[in-house]
Write a protein of this length. Structure first.
Lengths: 123, 310
């Protein structure tokens, strides 16, 4: 994705991407690290703005690190409830029928084919 | 009359093969519309046919015949044919209504649970992050639409792959794909032969979202890699499939990855037209048979009521 295209995206989508990057990391992240994890050409100032906005909304916590801040996603009581519900929902086969899920479950054959495809793609 | 009403009950058996063929030849978004539309049409026609067949048998009973103000006996084929078909029709209708109702209740419950889950999760923009190790992601329809993803899934993918995943889920929401999935689910409960069509509709929705996401992000390979990585990271089902049922063809995920890695070329025009035409003919024949069969039945009832001439 080109830089110009990224800067034009709706603010909500950028916030989503930045929060996803923080959760994917597993530990506190500096602005530079988040920017690298996003893998897109977002400007440093844009990432800082979004992180500040997420902090204002109470989605992330930040701590001093060197001259800047390190950001980490906030796991609160609500989030723990959500996790418990997710476990419940996992037991329910009905979810298959209502929600469009990203991937379906694989058979051993599928797994082999996928690994072959990934290798062939040079990833 | 009975012969005409049997046609809408037989045509659904042809749909699974026609649907797979259509998905192979049409653009995924078009296939999604065509297959779902055809499945819903066939479902409605088969319900009407089951209903008409059951009514014919019921009007043979003296109590109901007098209740229906029949002054002459209803002219039908021999009772040897009518009674078994009527019993079958009534049983199928009852079964359909039962499973249909149960499905609606269970889906509503699952959707409520998913909404509650998203409501308690960390939200930014349209994204809900659920802190869970299993890799999972889904589009959650509602107001506003949401994309729900677990931390396990986020950690399995790199930055551009995560963007591809979000684009895919947003395409589901923007395209209203949940309506198609729900329609296919309901149709499957109207006629047993329509059950396998659900899987085709599901795959068509995924393919449509894949193509939309690939257009959006401009990179088919990244999306293909994201799908493959996510599928391999997802916990495999506990009692997936017994070994003897090893599939001859691979499942939907490898098919999607393969389709994305292949250069997108428009399929042959003739094949596209034939696939669409077959679905349209299937729905039209079923509709015509159901309508004329029911109209004929209605006419016979009027004759028996002494309101019309034979």
């Amino acid at each position: 994705m080109s830089e110009a295209k990224d800067e034009r995206r709706p603010a909500g989508e950028l916030e989503a991407s930045v929060l996803a990057a923080l959760w994917a990391a597993g530990g506190p992240q500096t602005v530079g690290q988040v920017r690298k994890s996003l893998g897109t050409g977002l400007a440093r100032t844009t990432v800082t703005t979004i992180l500040t906005r997420l902090h204002d909304k109470g989605m992330v916590e930040r701590s001093r690190e060197g001259r800047g801040f390190a950001y980490a996603p906030l796991q609160d009581a609500q989030g723990i409830t959500a996790r418990r519900m997710h476990t419940e929902l996992d037991r329910d086969s009905d979810r298959e029928t209502v929600l469009a899920r990203f991937v379906a479950q694989l058979s051993p054959d599928d797994e082999r084919v996928l690994r072959d495809l990934l290798e062939a793609d040079g990833a | 009359m009975t012969a005409l009403l049997v046609l809408p009950l037989l045509l659904p058996f042809a749909l699974p093969a026609l649907a797979r063929r259509a998905l192979g030849r049409l653009a995924p978004a078009t296939a999604l519309w065509a297959v779902t539309g055809c499945a819903v049409a066939l479902a409605c026609c088969s319900l009407a046919a089951f209903g008409a067949l059951a009514l014919v048998g019921l009007l043979k009973l003296p109590v109901l015949a007098s209740l229906g103000e029949l002054t002459h006996p209803l002219r039908t084929a021999s009772g040897l044919v009518v009674l078994p078909t009527a019993v079958t029709g009534a049983a199928m209708l009852a079964l359909s209504c039962g499973t249909l109702l149960r499905s609606v209740v269970r889906q509503a419950r699952a959707l409520r649970a998913a909404r509650a889950e998203a409501g308690g999760a960390a939200v930014a923009g349209d994204l809900c992050v659920v802190d869970a190790p299993g890799a999972d992601a889904y589009a959650l329809p509602g107001r506003p639409h949401r994309v729900v993803v677990t931390t396990g899934m986020l950690r399995a993918l790199d930055g551009p792959e995560r963007e591809a995943l979000f684009a895919h889920e947003r395409a589901h929401n923007a395209g209203g794909h949940h309506w198609f999935l729900a329609a296919a689910e309901l149709a499957a409960h109207c006629h047993p032969a329509l059950r396998p069509v659900r899987a085709t509709v599901r795959l068509a929705a995924e393919r449509a979202a894949d193509e939309a996401a690939a257009r959006r992000t401009g990179d088919r390979r990244v999306l293909a890699r994201a799908i493959a990585r996510a599928a391999l990271a997802a916990p495999s089902s506990p009692g997936a499939r017994p070994g003897f049922a090893a599939a001859a063809t691979t499942g939907p995920v490898p098919a999607r990855v393969h389709a994305l890695l292949e250069a997108p070329g428009p399929p042959a025009r003739a094949g596209r037209r034939a696939a669409t035409a077959l679905l349209v003919v299937c729905a039209a024949v079923s509709g015509f048979a159901a309508v004329s069969g029911t109209a004929d039945f209605h006419h016979r009832v009027e004759v028996a009521q002494g309101e019309a001439r034979p």
